[in-house]
Design a protein around this ligand. Sequence first.
Ligand SMILES: O=P(O)(O)OC[C@H]1O[C@H](OP(=O)(O)OP(=O)(O)O)[C@H](O)[C@@H]1O
Ligand code: HPA
Length: 176
Amino acid sequence: MVKIKDRRFEPYIHESKVLERVSLLAKNIERDYRGKEPLLLAVLNGSFMFISDLAKSINIPIEVSFIKISSYQATRSSGEIKKLVGLDRVLKGRDVIIVEDIVDTGKSMAYILEMVQEQEPASVEIASLLLKPASLEQQIKIKYLGFEIPDAFVVGYGLDYDGLGRNLNHIYQLKS
Ligand SMILES: O=P(O)(O)OC[C@H]1O[C@H](OP(=O)(O)OP(=O)(O)O)[C@H](O)[C@@H]1O
Ligand code: HPA
């Protein structure tokens, strides 16, 4: 059990399970993009651990770049998405893989997809470590998915509660 500010979190997905799954996703990306040079577009802050482990396990040429958006305050989506760091690469004609730590309501991903599609990439797919199907408010197809999880707030492996908990190596779930 870990305590972050006013909340208690219990162990949920062990780091070894996360890493096993991430390396499988990397192998799938490798297989699907052989002969290409995909651009992995990671969404800060939450995806920093996932993109690091994912990128290290992909043994074909890839480019890695970052965008930064924010919508969550503590455990709730504010509904308002702020773009804090935008695209610094031309995406036209590129094979883009958007890399997220979690798709929850799907609002952030819908916003990012629109931003990416505007630039007319050759293809766009999504890699997300976590998905909360019960919270999803938009139709979003995730080709490279780590785990489907129930609708409970999680922290660790990049995910935060009010800015804290990102450095935890396992994933923890809010204790009800
Ligand atoms: O599907 P949604 O309900 O939109 O939630 C998912 C988004 O929320 C988190 O980001 P957050 O805004 O907390 O910023 P962070 O990555 O800096 O933690 C997460 O990294 C996703 O980007
Ligand atoms: O469950 C979550 N944990 C941390 N950040 C998040 N952003 C959306 N959902 C979550």
